[in-house]
Design a protein around this ligand. Structure first.
Ligand code: AMP
Length: 360
């Protein structure tokens, strides 16, 4: 391995973002002897609670970013809506992995879909929409059953509307008139995801595809491995790795896909950071997705991704967290509590992973 890009244990990793993904990254980094510094505006910064230092500032605060750059050896993100120009500013001072160019693609659904198509990976048919007139034309081409999604700042189903039966002007108004895409509705059999890491030397490794179950457009449960036919699992990994290579990613990417009844796969969304559907790896794999991110951004070889157990991960959302005393008593359950100051409906408060022997 070329040592030029290697950032050795003992160095400091800078994380932009202060939520649970940053928290679990910092915990994995500490295990390998790294220190972590957080830059995030959050009042209740659960990543900073387990890190060496924290600059509480907005991502646009140049003086704070400069201080952060001076204090760290590499920068990564746990929150994909960090402004790309903040990452650009940092990149002039310290390696930033992933690069801002990747955020520019993944922060814009239209750019993302066009990129995915360009690397030869299938996506749901889509059309750009800015006006009700655009939407009328797009409906004629894609059918009336699609989903209108804002190009920017959508997650967990936010900024989206199922247009079936709605007038086009009402649909455009329902997403605040923001630039959008219309996506054909995909009558998928299953939703799955693959998490792939790539380091600056070009080594690539993927965790096996997992089956994701959403409720109210929020991930509720992940089953790993996902139990897909080997040719489907191989194809899903191939698609995710084409995307990671096409992006020249340095870091980790989650690739969410739809599996159709006929075995076809279409990519729905990319997240260039650790992902909720990878939390199971903490307890069921030799390397967790968080350690894999640390390895990738520090130029270390990827760790083993083969599952050692079958895992079922359930999110603890809102008051689900109140089950913690019972969960502590379960012999096969691994409980993770994120330490957020207050419970709110729809808020991810923790998760629990239950293990069983592979093949059960
Ligand atoms: P997204 O924010 O794009 O990840 O969408 C959230 C959820 O909405 C997905 O996990 C799917 O369950 C559903 N969804 C999104 N796009 C489509 C589509 N084109 N067809 C069917 N369901 C979709």
């Amino acid at each position: 391995m070329s040592r030029a890009c290697v950032i050795e244990p003992g160095s400091t990793i800078g994380i932009l973002g202060g939520g649970q993904l940053g928290r679990m990254t910092a915990m994995a980094a500490a295990r390998l002897g790294y220190r972590c510094a957080i830059l995030a505006p959050d009042e209740d910064c659960i990543a900073a609670a387990v890190s060496d230092s924290w600059i509480r500032a907005d991502y646009g605060d140049r003086a704070a970013l400069a201080r952060f750059a001076d204090a760290v050896d590499v920068v990564t993100i746990e929150f994909e809506n960090v402004p790309a120009d903040a990452l650009d500013f940092l990149a002039g001072r310290v390696p930033t992995r992933p690069a801002s160019a990747i955020l520019e693609v993944t922060q814009d659904r239209l750019a993302e879909k066009r990129f995915i198509e360009r690397v030869g990976v299938p996506v749901a048919p889509f059309r750009p929409v800015e006006t009700a007139g655009d939407l009328d034309r797009a409906r004629e081409e894609l059918g009336d059953n699609g989903i209108l999604k804002t190009r920017r700042l959508g997650y967990d189903g936010k900024g989206q509307v199922r247009i079936g039966g709605m007038a086009s002007d009402a649909a455009v108004a329902a997403i605040g008139g923001s630039p959008a895409i219309l996506e054909a509705f995909m009558p998928f059999a299953h939703e799955l995801s693959v998490i792939t890491a790539r380091n600056p030397q070009g080594d690539v490794a993927s965790f096996p595809p997992v089956l994701n179950i959403h409720r109210d457009q929020i991930l509720r449960q992940t089953i790993a491995p996902g139990g897909f036919a080997p040719e489907i699992a191989d194809r899903a990994v191939e698609l995710a790795e084409s995307i990671a290579r096409g992006l020249e990613l340095e870091g980790l990417i989650a690739v969410e896909m739809f599996l159709m009844d006929n075995g076809d796969l279409a990519v729905n969304e990319l997240a260039p950071r650790p992902h909720n559907s990878g939390h199971w790896t903490i307890d069921a794999c030799q390397t967790s997705q968080f350690e894999q991110l640390v390895r990738a951004i520090c130029g270390l070889k990827p760790g083993g991704t083969a599952p050692l157990h079958r895992a079922v991960m359930d999110n603890l959302i809102g008051e689900d967290l109140l089950q913690w005393p019972q969960l502590l008593d379960e012999s096969d359950a691994f409980l993770h509590i994120y330490g957020k100051a207050s419970i709110r409906a729809g808020r991810k408060m923790g998760h629990v992973t239950r293990l069983s022997p592979l093949g059960t």
